[in-house]
Design a protein around this ligand. Structure first.
Ligand SMILES: [Fe+2]
Length: 455
């Protein structure tokens, strides 16, 4: 076998981290896959401003909660995730902070009474207008103790009663997002045992290119041995909290986010490195439906190829209210924060946040201010079976704490229910899905392609 055997395999490193990883298996590459350092920083559990108590409410058994209502239509031909609506020009930072500071605490808690529970889905149909108005005002609503949403079937009844329109995950085209129930437009959250020790920092379900309008996160089974709080924080509150100078700096310089690292041996000839870059650019990046640029050694590591999103503003105005909010994934993606908290992502899936103008990684000082301001406004929810967090994805950010044991949370994304023109006319196509499933086949031809470039 030639030493040029290269197999690119792709795996979702942290689904909600909007990241993908590329693993290089090669005799040439065995020396440089891990960047262990001698002076690794201490890892500490991140903080949270609010931590509601657990109530130990019972749920259903998996065979019960997973049941779909087969009398309802299959929703797998749902809407495409809509394009991100950017409005970030000419933001007056001081004014924006003043406006953002006026917002009420997020999330609003709506606790089910016995009468509410007796109404079932009718509760949501009847209160639809008020719920949507509250979502706009508070950024997120925690529906607590509702029997209806203890199952896949009831969760769907809830969002249908609210007349929300399900859509694909922003990274659906990668083929790597797993459905909990495809016919009910329900994705699994990051429940995988291999990632239970990984803290998922605050993020919007968004790439520079695509952003879901709303989300409904549902708990069917809380972590059996502890942990797993679901995190939510108001992007308006974080904007108001952040040091004004830092905010101005990030707004002026913009940010770029790298979502994957491919470590090639620095000694590889330049044309080989360029060949790999070309392959990844042509064959892998398009699967992710993101505007990615392949860049060598952006974070200073020799031989490292990174997939980097285009420049974006860290602040965006809410499409409906016009309120400027902190709208970016830096708290989740900044390397210096990941290195200082529980992180289970392999080096290939490690992300980084750069100042867009110079492509320098964010400084430790700036990262720590983002951490302080973000975590002060996190509510670490004690979600239990039947609880749903309805999120305005252009306003509130979400994440998840580490957990022990098994857990089953799921999520449905929604496109615009009003403002039809923002929804676009794209629906999920069967052929597209077929292509996604063919990703694994790519590994079959990739080595051949690579070898032909060597000869
Ligand atoms: Fe997420």
């Amino acid at each position: 076998m030639k030493t040029s055997l290269v197999a690119l395999s792709m795996a979702l490193a942290a689904p909600s981290a909007a990241a993908f990883s590329i693993t290089l298996h090669s005799k040439l590459a065995t020396t440089s896959l891990h960047a262990a350092t001698l002076d690794a920083p201490i890892r500490e559990a991140p903080g949270a401003g609010w931590e509601p108590d657990w109530e130990d409410r019972p749920g259903l058994a998996p065979e019960e909660f997973m049941q779909s209502d087969m009398t309802k239509p299959d929703l797998s031909g749902m809407w495409e995730c809509p394009l991100t609506r950017w409005s970030s020009d000419n933001v007056d930072i001081v004014e924006a902070q003043k406006e953002a500071a006026k917002m009420p605490h997020c999330p609003l808690e709506m606790r089910a009474s016995a009468a509410d529970n007796a109404m079932g889905a009718e509760y949501f149909a009847k209160n639809k207008q008020q719920i949507k108005a509250d979502l706009l005002k508070y950024g997120a609503i925690w529906f607590r103790g509702f029997d209806l949403m203890k199952s896949v079937k009831g969760h769907r009844e809830m969002y249908e009663a609210l007349e929300l329109e399900p859509c694909l995950d922003p990274l659906h085209s990668s083929g790597l997002r797993k459905f909990a129930s495809e016919r009910d437009a329900l994705y699994e959250e990051v429940n995988k045992p291999s990632l239970r020790g990984h803290y998922i920092g605050l993020h919007c379900e968004s790439t520079t290119k695509r952003t879901a309008a709303y989300a409904a996160f549902v708990c069917f089974q809380k972590a059996t041995e502890g942990g797993g709080r679901f995190l939510v924080a108001d992007g308006a509150a974080i904007l108001a909290e952040l040091d004004t100078k830092l905010l101005q700096k990030l707004y002026d310089r913009k940010i770029r986010i790298s979502v994957s690292n491919l470590d090639l041996p620095p000694s590889l000839p330049g044309f080989v490195k360029e060949g790999v870059k070309g392959l990844v650019d042509a064959a892998v990046a398009p699967k992710f439906d993101m505007d990615l640029e392949m860049m060598f050694e952006a974070d200073g590591k020799a031989g490292r190829l990174q997939a980097v999103e285009i420049a974006e503003s860290p602040i965006n105005r809410h499409p409906v209210t016009g309120l400027p909010v902190w709208f970016n994934n830096a708290h989740n993606h900044a390397r210096k924060l990941r290195d200082r908290r529980p992180c289970g992502v392999p080096e290939v899936g490690m992300t980084e946040v750069f100042y867009a103008d110079t492509m320098e990684p964010l400084s430790l000082e700036d990262c720590m201010e983002i951490k302080r301001a973000s975590e002060k406004h996190i509510t670490a929810l004690s979600m239990e079976p039947g609880d749903v967090l309805l999120v305005d994805n252009y306003r509130a950010l979400h994440g998840r704490d580490v957990f022990q044991g098994d857990r089953f949370h799921a999520v449905t994304w929604f496109t615009w229910d009003d403002n039809e023109e923002w929804r676009g006319d794209e629906r999920r196509m069967v052929e597209k899905n077929g292509l996604n499933k063919a990703i694994n086949k790519m590994m079959d031809w990739l080595p051949k392609d690579f070898e032909s470039q060597q000869s």
